[in-house]
Design a protein around this ligand. Structure first.
Ligand code: GLN
Length: 456
């Protein structure tokens, strides 16, 4: 592995990889478990799933605040990880008692609650620690977050393969083994972090990072509380604006789990040499593409940086939105192949996921890095949580938008005066939304950069 990054990065990489393994391993089973083991109907399952993923990204506001104010990142990560492991083991119990719903259902809610709370403490804090390994204006931060992002996706890639295979066997009694594996993954994350934190988590000057904030004297407190400068405020404004645009990215991107899954399962030819590929496998395309292309993109940024031509972060993020739009355009063209008895080739979906992933790599690790660079140190984790708040809103909005998916025999839905008569119309909605958002962000980059005061 490259020696040009601090070792602490690889510790955070491994910690986050196992945590995401746990989170996505669980998520791969959740809807199936609700339907086949708990006998929830589809509509209730979809609503609960949306509320759960929404809350998972909302709770970081509390976890970020507590860390910045009282606990520091390290303790928050350990508490959050323990809560998430407890949540997975509670779901293991729910899965063990699935024949006794009066027991299984309360256990199920309890498990989800623990995971929501745990993620709130874990996710913003691990994400904000990555940047703290570097000095304020170190140009390696974008690359660092891109490497960290590969850890996320290595975990997300393995998760459905392991937890999905163990849990989704057709026998509802087996779900628990998937949840158990997710719990074990979380314990591994905790173990790695706990044993190695003291050795590797320090700033370039050698000072440990992620400890609780120092207690201030009353006099110091007053000075600090009033010490947000106009530069800080400008930079926080930029975080707010960028997070707003990011809502449009994720609400289109997250169609992967809803409308794009409907498309894959109902209208896509999934046969490959006489064998039918499971719909769920399309979910692995994104992490695989991240693993393949993240190093390439990191390379591209550093080559451009050497020539002094690296785009600033808001520009990269706008490019991300445009790539997302292009991906949906591919699908809007692809679905026109569909006719009675004719399905769409899966190559269209593969091409779309490739473009979406390139867009994600321009926007997501870059956004994490940008928030880290712009946030005043004492609000580092809280502002990271604001980034995830955009995800909470986006996941909810994604569900609303997916509701416009046209169904045969039902009247064409209308969105803002746009009649959605067929699948091409539906996917054009996302082409336009991402294009407009990307173009607007591109127009704003000059103004934003001025308010970033030297951060890129
Ligand atoms: N897949 C990434 C993760 O789990 C990004 C998720 C997101 O920000 N929506 O961290």
């Amino acid at each position: 592995m490259s020696t040009s990054h601090p070792r602490g990065l690889y510790l955070l990489f491994a910690t986050e990889m196992w945590e995401r393994f746990s989170y996505y391993g669980n998520r791969a089973l959740l809807a199936l478990f609700m339907i086949s083991a708990l006998s929830f109907d589809k509509q209730f399952t979809a609503a609960l799933y949306g509320q759960y993923t929404g809350l998972v990204y909302l709770s970081p506001l509390i976890g970020g605040y507590v860390a910045d104010r009282f606990w520091g990142n390290r303790r928050s990560i350990l508490v959050g990880g323990a809560l998430m492991a407890a949540g997975q083991f509670t779901l293991f119990l729910a899965g063990s008692f699935y024949t006794r719903l009066e027991l299984a259902i309360p256990l199920f809610y309890c498990g989800l609650g623990l995971i929501i709370a745990g993620n709130g403490f874990f996710k913003p804090n691990i994400s904000s620690m990555v940047g703290q390994l570097y000095s304020a204006h170190d140009s390696r931060k974008d690359a660092a977050y891109t490497i960290f992002y590969m850890g996320i996706n290595l975990g997300s890639f393995m998760a459905p393969l392991v937890c999905g295979t163990l849990g989704d066997t057709g026998n509802p009694a087996d779900f628990r083994w998937g949840f158990l594996a997710a719990g074990v993954g979380m314990l591994l994350s905790l173990l790695v972090f706990r044993t190695l934190q003291h050795r590797y988590l320090h700033a370039p000057d050698g000072a440990p990072i992620g400890l609780p904030p120092r207690r201030l004297s009353a006099e110091e407190k007053q000075r600090v509380d009033t010490s947000l400068t106009t530069v800080d405020l400008d930079r926080m404004l930029v975080i707010g604006v960028v997070c707003f645009f990011v809502i449009f990215f994720w609400s289109a991107f997250e169609q992967a789990g809803v409308s794009l899954t409907f498309l894959a399962s109902e209208s896509t030819d999934r046969t490959l040499f006489g064998w039918t590929m499971p719909t769920a496998w399309f979910q692995s395309l994104n992490p695989v593409f991240v693993l393949l292309f993240a190093p390439l993109l990191a390379q591209l940024w550093s080559v451009l940086a050497r020539k002094n031509r690296e785009p600033a972060s808001p520009t990269k993020m706008a490019i991300g939105l445009l790539l997302l739009s292009a991906g949906f355009l591919v699908i809007a063209v692809g679905v026109q192949q569909i006719a009675p008895g004719v399905k769409m080739s899966m190559l269209w979906l593969v091409a779309m996921y490739w473009l979406h992933t390139l867009g994600e790599l321009c926007l997501s690790p870059i956004g994490l890095s940008l928030v880290n660079k712009l946030a005043p140190a004492k609000f580092a984790s809280l502002l990271m949580a604001v980034w995830f708040l955009a995800n909470a809103a986006a996941n909810w909005f994604a569900g609303v938008l997916a509701g416009f998916y046209p169904e045969a025999g039902k009247p064409a839905p209308v969105f803002l005066g746009w009649q959605i008569g067929n699948l091409a119309d539906f996917f054009m909605l996302f082409v336009v939304m991402a294009l407009v958002a990307g173009a607007l962000l591109l127009l704003l980059t000059g103004a934003l950069q001025k308010r970033m005061h030297g951060v890129r």
